[in-house]
Design a protein around this ligand. Structure first.
Ligand code: NGQ
Ligand code: ZN
Length: 453
């Protein structure tokens, strides 16, 4: 049994003092005791939080983050960015994907994510044929998860069409081509590796990329309880096209086609009517919000206040990886709403008036649900995934535990995450990932190759 003694730890009921956390060899918390005595020689920490879940990632996009910020000759949009992204996606080889994903996951761990959901659609070879093993690319993602130590939910993506009404895929989308059968075959390969650090679900890419028949087929065939994620209502054009094709808006249409329940994560869900907002909240599904990417791509703002008022569940994801920090993601979630409403302190409810605490705890809850893994709470039976904050930093000097999350989320840009335990392993110590240099070397080599092509 391994242990950590925390002077202050964020438990499911709130901050508690003198907490002894113990975990077993499998990386599961075995005991969490408050008002405990520190055993002789135990490792000690001042402020301990559950690690955050990153519920939406396209790992390969990490290598192009920051390189699409120049205006073209026509007006730039989500759709012009997507053309650039396709060109980039068209070149990546399996070893490069593994190197890029490993680097990304190290960065995520260093900033406080201990789990990630990978929405993985780069399935086929550059020429559009499957690799000898159709799960080749997915297995590279799994290898990156292992190399970094991050907990992983792998979501092989179904992608069959270029747009509503079953439009044929464009040449640049051939690497993504899958149908329900192909996705289920990849799931089967990955299932052999399921375990405490790896869960397997599936993801119909969007209402644009799959038919409603395929959507129902995949949802019905996936083993019960596994997570299902989908991109939805991210852009106004997509909403208009959905209305044209189906007579309904995206979230209304999805809910009419399949039984949207707690296993679903609706990524973005930006453009909602009041009725859709209430229905999504009541469904028990997770809204997968990605504020930095949604800002970067010019999507719009999610109606967070009415969604919270309706009791909706949400989590955060770094999606295109213009940021790898849950602090920046949650900060922008709140700031977007302040700018929209010209008010302050939006993300709270009747029980919790502390914005930082509310955001961290709700994003843990929604992220854990979307991941399908036993994470997000420091309690026995859950994964030993936690962060030790740097209590020697001036921002945390002498603060009450009730002030920690405000300081963590809304004060400056220093990374206050000092040590990170993921699945019972110390993967970050003193702000550095234990394999950071070797993984960065493989990443820079891969990106040099990609950029010289
Ligand atoms: C993706 N990303 O799959 O990487 C998408 C763009 C699409 C975001 N939606 C492609 N942020 O939606 O067609
Ligand atoms: Zn996405």
């Amino acid at each position: 049994m391994s242990s950590l003694f925390a002077r202050h730890a964020l438990l499911p009921e709130g901050w508690r003092d003198d907490v002894l956390l113990e975990w077993d060899a499998q990386g599961n918390l075995a005991a969490v005791r408050e008002n405990a005595e520190a055993p002789a020689g135990a490792e000690r920490a001042d402020y301990v939080l559950p690690g955050m879940i990153n519920l939406h990632s396209h790992a390969f996009q990490r290598a192009m983050a920051g390189l699409a910020e120049r205006a073209g000759s026509l007006e730039d949009s989500f759709w012009t960015w997507r053309e650039l992204m396709y060109r980039f996606a068209g070149r990546i080889a399996p070893g490069q994907l593994e190197a890029v994903a490993s680097q990304l996951y190290v960065e995520c761990l260093r900033h406080g994510y201990t789990a990630v959901c990978e929405f993985h659609y780069l399935q086929r070879d550059i020429d559009g044929a499957f690799y000898a093993d159709p799960a080749e690319m997915a297995l590279r993602i799994a290898a990156a998860g292992q190399a970094s130590g991050i907990g992983l939910t792998l979501l092989p993506v179904m992608y069959s069409h270029a747009g509503f009404n079953e439009q044929p895929l464009k040449p640049a989308q051939q690497r993504f081509r899958t149908d329900p059968g192909a996705v289920l075959r990849i799931v089967e390969v990955l299932d052999a590796r399921r375990g405490p650090q790896l869960e397997v679900g599936a993801a119909p890419h969007s209402l644009r990329a799959v038919s409603s028949g395929q959507l129902r087929e995949l949802a019905a065939a996936l083993p019960a309880g596994r997570p299902l994620h989908i991109h939805i209502a991210e852009q106004q054009l997509e909403v208009r096209q959905c209305l044209d094709a189906t007579g309904m808006r995206p979230v209304d249409y999805l809910m009419q086609q399949v039984d949207v329940d707690a296993r679903w994560c609706l990524v973005h869900a930006t453009h909602l009517t009041d009725g859709e907002t209430a229905a999504l909240a009541a469904s028990g599904a997770v809204a997968g919000l990605c504020p930095t990417t949604e800002a970067n791509l010019g999507d719009g703002l999610f109606p967070l206040a009415p969604y919270i008022a309706a009791g909706g569940t949400f989590g955060i994801g770094s999606d295109s990886h213009v940021s790898q920090s849950p602090v920046e993601e949650l900060r922008w979630l709140e700031y977007g709403q302040r700018l929209l409403r010209q008010q302050r302190n939006i993300a709270v409810d009747g029980d919790c008036r502390d914005v930082g605490a509310y955001l961290w705890r709700q994003a843990l809850r929604g992220g854990a649900q979307a991941s399908g893994r036993a994470v997000g709470r420091l309690e026995p039976g859950r994964r030993a995934d936690l962060l030790v904050l740097d209590s020697a930093h001036p921002n945390l000097d002498g603060v009450d535990s009730g002030e920690v999350l405000g300081r963590f989320l809304f004060c400056g840009n220093d990374n206050l995450v000092r040590d990170v335990l993921a699945g019972g392993q110390w993967v970050v110590r003193g702000g550095r990932h234990v394999d950071q240099d070797a993984i960065a070397r493989r990443y820079t080599a891969a990106v040099r190759e990609l950029r010289s092509m």
